[in-house]
Design a binder for this molecule. Sequence first.
Ligand code: ASP
Ligand code: MG
Length: 436
Amino acid sequence: MPQKVFKFGGASVKNADAVKNLLQILSRFSDDKLVLVFSAMGKTTNALEKLLHASRAEQKALKNVLLEQLKAFHFNIAAELFPTTSFKPLTQKLGLLFEQLNTNLKMITLDYDQHYDATVGYGELFSTEIISYYLMQNGLPAKLIDARKIILTDNCYRAANVNWEKSCESIQKLAAENSNSRFLITQGFIGGTLKHETTTLGREGSDYSAAIIAYCLGATEVTIWKDVPGLLNADPKRLTHTKKIDHISYAEAIELAYYGATVIHPKTIKPLQNGKIRLKVQSFLNPDLTPSLIDYADESIRPVPSFIIKEQQILMSISARDFSFMNEDILHKLFGYFVETRIHINVMQTSALSLSVCFDEDNQKLESLINGLEAEFSIRYNSRLTLFTIRHYNQKLADAITSKHEILLEQRSRTTLQIVVKSLDIPLIDAALRDG
Ligand code: ASP
Ligand code: MG
């Protein structure tokens, strides 16, 4: 059975050069049997979301343009990978996938979440088709496996729950059947129900896919290949003075993901911890750099402070129309609405008469929440806010940041400081990150 699972995200396969770089990376592991999990290429998942929205809004012209763009993007990558040889079998497979996608896009009477899963997961199907073909043409024995047959889930579309027993059964069976292949290739992000419907595990879910497979195989190691030097203490797309986190515990990684660090999908760590599988975060641009390591690190060693910015937040204040106290009965009822609308609360605070909650903006969910609450509760909310978290803050950092922002909500624990603000002073935050 393969002992290592590699996950390559969208950036690591964003164009033909990136796919070529993949060969270099894989050549460093000639003694290993590997499972390779791939995301969609580049920003394909975002493009598919737009395509879905255009289809549902029956904007036919826009839909056709977007579909053609997506086709051109993938066929161009294929053409660049095979400048001199024919790649007809690949063209045919891609063509078929695009036809299926187009058919599925037309099913606009489907419930949104189900329609989403039937269409947006195609990015991973395209990428793995191209990559597996490329690896095989370059002499690497790679076998493509449809993730919908091994990551088995319920039909909670867009956030499907894994059926561990069935998934482990099928993963082990497929690995045994393909014991001759050095590389097993599969899609991240997508899964399938027992009735063969496609599901997804949530945005950025490919990390989780890799963890599920590793757990089911009893593997020892998962490596997430990224365009950054490892696990960083802030998002390098937003802030410049980031530092690498060399080694942290599973628990700390879960905390960081919980607060919104986009490095690792939040659900990824649990199966790794349960399976005692170490996680490495390694640079595909500079594979000689020592990766960040996540395992049973000593939790008494305080890691560097991590800064996490979450935008597009709503801060809602809810109080009972009859001025009832926010007692346990009322809170119980209120949380029921959040469970029903599947809104995840990022921070909350209660006072005698109101509950303040901060959550990600999602118009559809917001509308159903308000519909549910309106009769009994009065609601006020602000949107387009930012939630800023410092994990392992110190007094100096707290002072630097809280004194310079107009804060709508603040919360501190021993390890974590969180503020909700209208807008974040990025240069100030960057200077604080540099000075630690
Ligand atoms: N392609 C999916 C996304 O962009 C899943 C992933 O990359 O992890 O969210
Ligand atoms: Mg990703």
